[in-house]
Design a protein around this ligand. Structure first.
Ligand SMILES: NC(=O)c1ccc[n+]([C@@H]2O[C@H](COP(=O)([O-])OP(=O)(O)OC[C@H]3O[C@@H](n4cnc5c(N)ncnc54)[C@H](O)[C@@H]3O)[C@@H](O)[C@H]2O)c1
Ligand SMILES: O=C(O)[C@H](O)COP(=O)(O)O
Length: 303
């Protein structure tokens, strides 16, 4: 549906289920007032849902936090390996009739240091796989327990240490006001020259203009990006068109298996919320005032 269609139709439904492409704005939530009770995000990141506006409109927001974890981790590893061996560039060149073996000499992963930024579900699965590839894994996450990292053979370090020591950096934190553009001119400046970056988290955690500058200067040798600040990007995006950038159109969760799992997980979550069973585990539960939650639950039970 176009945003206009969504605005026109949203009031006819008790629940709305979206993926990352649909922005559940204050306007959408206001338009749904009176009937809309639950917003289901069929995936993990809820940065496309205005949680404050949902809470004010008396809507619970639920997500599907686990079913696409492995798919996203596998895509991160795929991008890491493709980037290191210039797979997308060499493929495009060969299809254009160019046999360029010397141009596309890659770099090895074994023995290199990988910094995982955000050691949650996806980050820790990437870490497990990177250990299997013989990489030295360090991680930064202000909230992750050190013993969880140790069990995987990864070492938790500060943000500064992670970005300074890494040959490869893989991003796995959510997009929040605290993580917005944390990868910027200043942080690129503290990285090793020739660092390589993978992003399957959210485009907004990177200052994309700063990344273009870092790629142009050679500070960042290569980037592999599944996510961008604006999706789809402008056709003339310098970042997307950069010769040292590999891009995919937000495909991290897009496997047959993950989407089947996400569909089941979100259907159960939305059903549970509509039956008034899941209020406590809704993403915005801590933001919903007790009296609003009680009224909402009463309404849900009446249906
Ligand atoms: N490309 C895709 O299709 C795709 C698929 C799944 C998830 N994602 C993105 O990846 C993100 C992570 O997914 P997940 O399932 O691992 O979520 P998660 O909640 O399990 O993990 C996120 C981790 O980030 C950590 N974190 C929070 N703030 C941080 C900060 N400032 N610095 C470092 N770490 C910080 C949290 O403590 C948590 O451990 C999602 O929020 C989503 O945006 C993208
Ligand atoms: O946060 C997520 O779960 C991923 O970014 C997947 O988004 P999608 O549902 O649009 O594929």
């Amino acid at each position: 549906m176009s945003p206009a269609e969504l605005l026109a139709k949203v009031a006819q439904f008790d629940a709305l289920i979206v993926r990352s492409g649909t922005k559940v704005t204050r306007e959408v939530l206001e338009a749904g007032r009176g009937r809309l009770r639950v917003v289901g995000r069929a995936g993990v990141g809820i940065d496309n849902v205005d949680l404050q506006a949902a809470t004010e409109a008396g809507c619970l927001v639920v997500n599907a936090p686990t079913a696409n974890t492995v798919a996203a981790a596998e895509h991160g590893i795929a991008l890491l390996a493709c980037m290191a061996r210039n797979v997308s560039q060499a493929d495009a060149a060969l299809k254009a009739g160019k046999w360029q073996r010397a141009k596309y000499v890659g770099v090895s992963l074994v023995g290199k240091t990988l910094a995982i930024m955000g050691f949650g579900k996806v980050g820790s699965e990437v870490a497990r796989r990177a250990k299997g590839l013989g990489m030295h894994v360090i991680a930064h996450d202000p909230y992750a327990p050190a013993d969880k990292a140790r069990a995987i053979g990864a070492e938790l370090v500060s943000f500064e240490e992670a970005i300074a020591k890494a040959d490869f950096i893989s991003l796995h934190m959510p997009l929040t006001p605290a993580t917005s553009k944390v990868f910027n001119d200043e942080s690129f400046g503290k990285m090793k020259t020739g660092v390589r970056i993978v992003n399957v988290a959210r485009g907004g955690v990177i200052d994309e203009d700063a990344l273009v500058r870092a790629l142009d200067s050679g500070k960042v040798a290569q980037a592999a990006l599944d996510v961008l600040t604006v999706e789809p990007p402008a056709k003339d995006s310098k970042l997307v068109l950069h010769e040292n950038v590999t891009v995919t159109p937000h495909l991290g969760a897009s496997t047959v298996e993950a989407q089947e799992g996400v569909a089941i997980e979100i259907a159960e979550a939305v059903g549970g919320a509509l039956r008034g069973e899941l209020a406590a585990t809704a993403v915005n539960a801590p933001m919903v005032p007790a009296e609003v939650r009680t009224k909402l639950l009463e309404k849900l039970r009446c249906r």
